[in-house]
Design a protein around this ligand. Structure first.
Ligand code: AMP
Ligand code: MG
Length: 344
């Protein structure tokens, strides 16, 4: 199959919508990361997403809608916390988990009785969903296990030959995936941190719980509240370790690796890179502005594989605000290898 990457003008969006109605899979920009979309009410179309991504079948997908009215057909009940969250954060990077109706094919939810729904704010995503006229199931447009794509070129690197069309809408502003919030229980629960921060949720909803898997690996046999947390994720090919203790600790590990004959690289903030001398760095934003780190994190993880290094060390980020989502992704990219503290 030939993959075309085209600018997301209205002709291209219309063409993408036609392909979606035929049951095909197309990639499109959202404000978080690029999505790999298919008609979310067509089980065969959704099966194609799992095939092209090589995604494990037990990892459910998020349904993307363009208007609040689209929600009614998908969920049996809208809890009060969901109402409040939608008013405040939709459209935007917040996904809500609610009880599903029979209209949602089991393949979308990996057999779960609940469905995850989000209304993105990106104008191309909104328009595409509206023209297609159905909810779009859309995970990140990377091959399973790889960093999520935040630019159309990153999608092409992973999906060339696998899908007919990629809509190019430039780079994604948020840069990490949506926050997944389960609103089916008495207290809302963060299953995955993301663009809408824990602090923002507390301000609107009051007390909010957090799944333990947000910042640590699941124990063997432990049930995953959000099945996606079980899988290997976001990993560059070069082995990555997070180093706590700031620039001095990073520089020490880099220099030790070099002494052992390795070719190291640092994944670090602009401030650390400025003090790094001749050490090779891939910059992931400004230490004092977590939004800039979120925005560049995934492209920086991909860049790590292009610099010819055989070992990488990442700077730890303050897990506050969107920094929590950054550390959640970074921990998985490093397969929970952290030096300088106990992760459990
Ligand atoms: P992705 O599509 O790669 O952004 O991942 C979607 C995330 O949403 C994964 O972490 C899933 O485990 C989570 N998710 C989707 N549907 C549900 C659901 N019904 N219950 C809990 N988590 C879900
Ligand atoms: Mg993903």
């Amino acid at each position: 199959m030939k993959t075309r990457l085209v600018k997301a003008d209205s002709a291209a969006v219309n063409e993408a919508a036609s392909l979606l109605r035929e049951g095909q899979v197309v990639a499109f920009p959202t404000e978080t990361v690029y999505g790999l979309g298919a008609d979310g009410l067509n089980g065969d179309a959704v099966a194609r997403i799992f095939a092209v991504k090589n995604r494990p079948a037990d990892n459910p997908l998020i349904l993307h809608i363009a208007s609040r009215r689209d929600l009614d057909a998908l969920v049996t009940r809208i809890p009060p916390a969901a109402e409040a969250a939608m008013v405040e954060f939709w459209p935007g990077p917040l996904t809500l988990v609610m009880e599903k109706t029979d209209a949602v094919p089991p393949i979308v939810t990996a057999g779960l009785p609940t469905v995850a729904v989000r209304m993105p704010s990106h104008p191309v995503a909104r328009r595409l969903i509206a023209v297609a006229g159905r909810p779009l199931a859309a995970p990140s447009a990377n091959r399973s296990g790889r960093p999520s794509p935040t630019r159309a070129g990153d999608v092409l690197d992973d999906m060339d030959g696998r899908i007919p069309l990629i809509l190019d809408g430039g780079s994604c502003a948020v840069g990490v995936e949506s926050t997944v919030l389960d609103v089916t229980g008495p207290t809302p629960r963060i299953l995955r941190p993301g663009g809408v921060t824990r602090e923002m949720l507390w301000r609107t909803l009051g007390p909010v719980d957090e799944a333990p898997s947000v910042m640590r690996p699941l124990d063997e046999g432990e049930a995953a509240p959000s099945p996606g947390m079980r899988h290997r994720h976001y990993a560059p090919r070069v082995p990555l370790t997070i180093v706590e203790g700031g620039a001095p600790a990073l520089f020490l590990r880099y220099d030790q690796a070099e002494t052992r004959g390795k070719t190291p690289v640092l994944l670090c903030t602009a401030q650390t890179a400025r003090d790094a001398g001749s050490r090779r760095c891939v910059v992931m934003g400004d230490r004092d502005d977590a939004d800039t780190i979120a925005e560049s994190l995934f492209s920086a993880l991909r860049e790590l594989d292009r610099v010819g290094a055989d070992i990488a060390f990442a700077e730890a980020v303050e897990p506050a605000g969107v920094g929590l989502a950054v550390m959640n992704r970074l921990l998985r990219a490093a397969q929970f290898r952290v030096e300088g503290r106990n992760t459990r």
